[in-house]
Design a protein around this ligand. Structure first.
Ligand code: NDP
Length: 260
């Protein structure tokens, strides 16, 4: 039997075991998918080698990239990995977050300009996803120390976002609203941006964040991160099991998310 896991800290909230185990059952794979609470990133490789593969979540995605023997092009460019496969003692790294995001925003992809709020690991994956889509990008964050990771892109602090500029798509990649009722930046800034925007996307899933609520009040089309979560899982499942019926995998994972 092959054993897979999601590895992170915290991990108890992770929906990945539920999603993957339902798909494993549907495809009759001889496998099980569990969760592992890792205290220290230094042990990631050792722990990983006891599994056949894993999804890596906060805060180990960068370390996941570092420990890999082989890296997919997206992993090299983004600098983080969320999907690791172990083959003959070697670690192969992939990033399915950016693929999940692209699938989730399919309907919004005719946007010509986008504002990305936040400059962490997820923002890096999203910038990579959007960079070949002919979309003018601005990355904004509350602190500037992360801008070194975006040296090819236009970046600014929230208070310096040009409010006269139009952003068709506004994306929240920050954790603001995850465990609190905070907006990523001031209401004044967001309301001024939303006046000229059409779509708002939040990577946070399973709740209506204050960011999405405000976007809705300003008549934007909105979407949360559930589909991104599901699709990053679909792409990871394809890699783990060499199964390529995406709609069937998606259906199994979707059911798993909502069956309890
Ligand atoms: P990082 O820690 O790498 O980055 C966090 C970012 O959020 C930074 O830009 C940080 O700003 C900002 N931030 C945190 N708290 C606040 C706040 N209260 N106000 C304003 N900005 C804030 O995290 P990740 O990029 O890895 O993850 C971000 C979110 O994305 C998480 O909520 C995670 O659950 C979600 N996610 C969802 C996925 C999905 O499939 N739907 C996939 C991956 C992630 P600063 O630099 O100033 O600290």
């Amino acid at each position: 039997m092959r054993i897979f896991s999601v590895i992170g800290n915290p991990i108890v909230h992770s929906k990945s075991p539920r999603m993957h185990n339902n798909a494993i059952a549907l495809f009759n794979e001889n496998a099980v998918y569990t969760r592992y609470l890792l205290q220290d990133g230094k042990n990631l490789k050792k722990i990983l080698l006891s599994f056949d593969g894993a999804n890596i979540t906060i805060p180990f995605k960068e370390i996941a990239c570092e420990i890999a023997d082989f890296k997919d092009e997206s992993v090299i460019k983004i600098g983080s990995a969320n999907t690791l496969v172990v083959k003959n003692g070697l670690v192969y790294a992939y990033n399915t977050d950016y693929l999940g995001f692209l699938k989730a925003i399919e309907k919004f992809i005719n946007a010509k300009s986008a504002l990305i709020l936040g400059a962490g690991g997820t923002a890096k994956a999203l910038v990579y996803a959007l960079e070949n889509k002919n979309i003018e990008l601005l990355v904004a964050n509350r602190s500037s120390y992360r801008f070194k990771d975006f040296f090819n892109y236009e970046c600014c602090l929230y208070e310096n976002i040009p409010l006269h500029r139009q952003f068709d798509l506004v994306i929240n990649t920050t954790s603001a609203g995850l465990n609190d009722e905070n907006l990523p930046c001031s209401k004044f800034i967001l309301e001024n941006i939303f006046k000229k925007s059409s779509f708002a996307f939040d990577v946070i899933y399973g709740k209506e964040t204050p960011f999405l609520k405000l976007a809705k009040e300003n008549n934007l089309q909105v979407k949360d991160g559930t589909d991104m979560l599901l699709w990053q899982g679909v792409y990871a499942f394809e890699i783990f099991f060499n199964q390529h019926d995406q709609e069937k995998i998606y259906k199994a994972m979707y059911e798993a998310l909502y069956m309890y």
